[in-house]
Design a protein around this ligand. Structure first.
Ligand SMILES: C[S@@+](CC[C@H](N)C(=O)[O-])C[C@H]1O[C@@H](n2cnc3c(N)ncnc32)[C@H](O)[C@@H]1O
Length: 167
């Protein structure tokens, strides 16, 4: 499930606000979001994108692998978050899988610099959601005001976004 164009356009716009930025995407998929981020990034910015499905990420690598700004990581994002040692490394995180969104949020936030942006999508109900997913989304949205060190805004845009800034 690639991000829709309206999400991608916003990703590119926000990416352009971080010249020389260090970008993170959890859940590469086939690379649509990464392509949008790369379109907004300047020449000195860098993107690390993490995916656990080798076949899916191979498609992204085929299309974006020549871009020296992008590092593809084949890993479960949960394990990747555990292995990460450098705090406040990233200026931007687009979290498109469960780790860093529905759990491990404090660990993800620890990787962000003050002022960094955090984006998630798929907050609005979708017919394809499995049983039990709606309460997970509701829980995520309800706890937004209580998360320390960030200011978040849910947006009725595309599949439903949350844009947050690490403070
Ligand atoms: C919605 S798709 C990503 C779409 C992509 N970010 C985009 O914007 O076009 C979610 C991806 O996350 C991957 N994924 C799910 N759980 C994961 C995990 N624990 N670690 C890494 N990747 C995961 C799935 O394999 C899938 O490719």
């Amino acid at each position: 499930m690639s991000c829709e164009d309206r999400t991608g356009s916003l990703l590119a716009t926000l990416a352009a606000s971080k010249p020389g930025g260090r970008f993170l995407e959890l859940g590469t998929g086939v690379g649509a979001g990464a392509a949008w981020l790369a379109a907004g990034m300047d020449a000195t910015a860098r993107l690390v994108t993490v995916e656990m499905d080798e076949d899916v990420q191979a498609i992204a690598r085929r299309h974006l692998g020549d871009d020296p700004r992008i590092t593809f990581v084949m890993s479960d994002a949960d394990a990747w978050l555990t292995e990460r040692e450098m705090p406040e490394e990233f200026d931007f995180a687009y979290v498109d899988c469960r780790p860093g969104k529905y759990f491990r949020v404090p660990d993800l936030l620890a990787l962000l610099k003050p002022g960094a942006l955090y984006i998630v999508d798929d907050m609005l109900p979708q017919a394809t959601w499995p049983e039990g997913h709606q309460p997970r989304v509701d829980g995520f949205l309800e706890q937004l005001p209580e998360v320390p060190n960030w200011r978040a805004t849910p947006m009725n845009w595309a599949s439903g976004l949350v844009v947050a800034a690490r403070i």
